[in-house]
Structures are given as C-alpha cells and as structure tokens.
Design a protein around this ligand. Sequence first.
Ligand code: UGA
Length: 432
Amino acid sequence: MDIAVAGAGYVGLVTAACLAEKGHKVACVDVDAGKVALLQSGKSPIYEPGLEELLKKNRERLLFTTDGAAAYRWADVIIIAVGTPEEPDGSVNLRYVREAAKQIAEAAEKDCVVAVKSTVPVGTGDQVERWIEENRKNPVHIEVVANPEFLSQGTAVKDMLYASRIVLGVESPQAEKVMKEVYDPFALPYVVTDRKSAEMVKYAANVFLALKISYINEIANVCEMVGANIEDVTAGMGMDPRIGSQFLRAGIGYGGSCFPKDTKALHWLAAGCDYELKTVQAAMEVNEKQKVKLIEKARTYVNHFCGLEVAVLGLTFKPGTDDIREAPSLANIAVLLEEGANVRVWDPAGMENAKRVFQKEVVYCSTIAEAITNADICFIFTEWQEIRQFDIRQYAALMKTPLVLDGRNCYSLDSAREAGIIYESVGRERVC
Ligand code: UGA
C-alpha cells in the first residue's frame, strides 16, 4: 500500500519504519527541514533501539519529505502522528492535528483513509472529519479512523512489531477493510470498535497504568511505616494473573511525556461532562507528593541543604531514554537549588537535555564516582544499569557522609548493610 505518515517524531518515525519493514511504501512528512535532511542521510534524529537499522534496511520503501501535499495526494492511507501538546489547564492542543487534516483535505486526489494515531481526546475523530470536509478540494471520499498506539520509549520498535493488539476505531466496513490491509502483515490480534471507543482505549489504558503506579507507591509508603517490604509484597501480588506483575515497581513516581499529560487530559475530559474522576485525581496528587518524597526523607538527616554537596544520579524519567520531560529529578533538583545546595549530576543520556533546564546552576559530571566524591548526600532518581551495577562500597569510600537516598530501589538491603552506608529506599526498611 501507499502510506503517508504526518509527523516524524518518535511515534511517526517508528510507525513509518515498521510499516516499511512489513512491505508498505511509506512517505514520512515533517515540517522540520533539518530533521528531514538528517533522515534522508540515513540517520535517526532520536535514539530508539533497532530504529536506525530498520530505516537503513527499508530505505527503498521509505521517503522523507517536507512536502506534505505531494505525499498525501495519492496515498491510500494517511496516518496522523503529530504532537498533541498539553495546555496549562490540562486540555490538549490540537493545532498540529488540525494543520495536518487541512493539508490532507487540500491535497487528496483519490479516496483515502486518515488514521489518527496521535493521542487525542475522545471526539477528535469527529472534529478531524469536519476539518477535512471544510477544506476538501476534490470530490473524493476521505474516511477518518482512530488508531491509537501503545509504544513505550526505549522499546518502541519491538512494541510496534509485536504489539499486544491493534485497536481500530472505524465508522464503516470499508475503512476497516483498508486498515486491515495495513496491519494484516503484522499478524496481531485486532480490537475493532467505533471511533470514540478506540480513542478512549488509549487514555483508559495509560491512566490505568498510572493508577497502578500511584497505588503501589502508596502501599510502599505504608510498608515503610509498618515494617513490610514492598518488593516481597509486589512479588506476592503480581503472581495473581488478575493483577499482573508489570507496573508494580514502587519508586518516586511516574514522569515522561505521556502519563502526566494523559491523566490530566482524561480528568479534564470528564470534568467537561461534569464528572469528577476521583481515582485519577488521587493518582495525580499521590504522584506529585511521591516525586519529592526523598527530599522529605533527607530532611530527617540534615537541617537544611544550604551549602551541602549533593550528588544526583539519574535525570531521565526512566532508563533507556534521553527524555527528561516531567522527570521526578527535575522537581527535586529545583528544590535543592532553591535551598542553596551545590548540586552535581550524572546521567548516561539525559545531561544534554538537562543543560537546557539547568545551565550553570548544577555541575555535570562524567562519571558516577566524580558526582559522589565528597558529597554529603546522594539521590538516585533513575534506575540506570550503570547505577545498579556500580560498586555500592564506593559510596562509603568516596562520600563525605555515605547517605544514599534511592528513589528506584537499585540495591539490595543486604548489600547496603555490607557496604556500611546509610541507605533509604522506597517501601523498604532503612539501613543505617
Ligand atoms: C507509556 C505507556 O507505557 C505506553 O504504552 C504508551 O504508548 C506511552 O506511554 C504513550 O502514551 O505514548 P512511556 O511514557 O514511554 O510509555 O513510559 P513507561 O515505561 O510507561 O513509564 C512511565 C513512567 O512510569 C516512568 O517514569 C517510569 O519510571 C514509571 N514507572 C513505570 C514506575 O514508576 N513504576 C513502574 O512499575 C513502571
């Protein structure tokens, strides 16, 4: 099939590469000429395991362009995968979706299907249909379907090639048939429904995972108070297939470009129907508190942070990405700086992005050892392999006071005891 993808961000790019891998001819459109030039030269603007290999392997079937009109004109299917940024009130900004819809409507010269893959509020499919009708130049039939994605950063290629399901929100059997031609080569299970239900699947799924994290974080907080161990508790819970073991890792809260945005957007959507989503509200509040929980724990050891040497290990919202958007590390560093601490940070991937947020206020270190040498306190905010594998005895050897506050439970309590450090983690007893 001839497929066009609007947007060469991480969703658009991974989608384009995987569709080409399955034999489709794909034109990927982006307004950013620099990004398009980079892609044309065979390089990926983002790091996603396996992506660059797929782009190289399928370059015969992949085209990157800034010329949307040319790409959309004769496409059988056009996938909208542009960004949907968050507004200050929690609503979703659909400006880029509207621009893509308008451009498609003006360009299309044959019947086609427009599949909305961007995460959009329920009802956006109807809106896209109206934008297309208002701007359509030629007597062609353009059908809009909802086709949400479930890619996680760091495993996006695998998540697309071996997805747990393909969700299609269609309003006609013809659109369903066309979309199945796109996805049949993947040989994955389908959930076919109406457009609004498909749009809801995406929010309901992401927000459910966020609820699961906030729930387990609260259980972890109670474990600390009653002397239970969260890791044993989740092991015992997770074996129940009705619960499942994933997304039960207690820590300092969820971040990233999806969960914080999607929880707010779903809450906002329901509020627009005069319905308060109380579980979601609670999950958001718990997450905000959980993010700075370690700072509160640190205050039980020191009276103030002013003038203290503070090491921060891990900046990104999770390992395997350079993305620091909504990362718990940011809120913590802001408090430390505001209270006058000297902050030294280390992260294997997120430091370039962090430099745009904190310029000269923090010291960027090239090794973990450099960051913790002579430190009064060390905070761990991301569970990078490099941190997990770091010799825990080095904290005792290099820090001024070996006080380690670990927001991602990177070390076993036994190893902390043997190393002779003061060790605070999440949902487990303190070691001192
Ligand atoms: C999430 C979803 O997992 C994807 O299915 C979805 O497609 C994507 O959002 C999206 O909407 O585009 P992602 O944001 O890449 O993917 O990251 P996750 O792996 O879900 O992690 C999100 C946050 O939750 C991270 O900060 C992570 O540290 C935290 N987390 C995750 C926990 O604190 N505990 C856990 O057990 C799991």
